[in-house]
Design a protein around this ligand. Structure first.
Ligand SMILES: [Fe+2]
Length: 173
């Protein structure tokens, strides 16, 4: 993460009372998102590195106020700075993948998927199902899980990387 990104994000964390647990989770999501973003650069894919860096660290800041609707409310606040940042945050919830707001741009997909790979602040969960299965199984969760796994597969392919490489990169850190 860029130093300036951390300085920017910590102002939000302070102002909205984001917890240490949420910040730890966000740091891990940021690490994975930046791994993907770097792979995109290697593949000469046009990507906004700053946007990925900022969105991945800030995505949960509003949980300091409330868990409920933190995506939408956080997104609204951040959209005032940059509408793309606002949108990434607004659509990072699992349910988005089932509707018209599904992640679409490379930056949106990367942040969405990186978040789905991190349970609390533990490292990569290669079976996305572990995180999703925490809560009682509901039909929509099962549908979302299938779509997340498909999107993840497509991202690995597009970026020329694999679950194994991501796993090894995590172990080094
Ligand atoms: Fe969240």
């Amino acid at each position: 993460m860029k130093r300036s990104t951390w300085q920017w994000a910590s102002q939000y964390f302070r102002e909205y009372g984001t917890s240490v647990e949420v910040i730890k989770h966000s740091l891990k999501v940021n690490e994975i998102a930046n791994f993907f973003a770097q792979k995109a650069i290697e593949k000469k894919i046009i990507i906004d590195l700053d946007l990925v860096d900022k969105a991945s660290i800030i995505h949960d800041f509003y949980r300091g106020v409330t868990d409920k609707d933190h995506q939408k409310k956080g997104g609204e606040i951040l959209a005032k700075e940059d509408f793309r940042l606002g949108r990434i945050v607004a659509i990072h919830g699992l349910k988005s993948i089932l509707d018209k707001n599904a992640p679409y741009t490379i930056e949106e997909k990367i942040v969405f998927l990186a978040d789905k790979l991190v349970l609390h602040d533990s490292g990569v969960i290669l079976d996305v199902g572990i995180k999703i299965d925490q809560k009682p199984a509901r039909q929509w969760r099962e549908e979302a899980k299938v779509k997340v796994l498909k999107m993840l597969d497509e991202l690995f392919f597009e970026l020329g990387t694999s679950a194994g490489e991501l796993w090894r990169a995590q172990k080094k850190n």
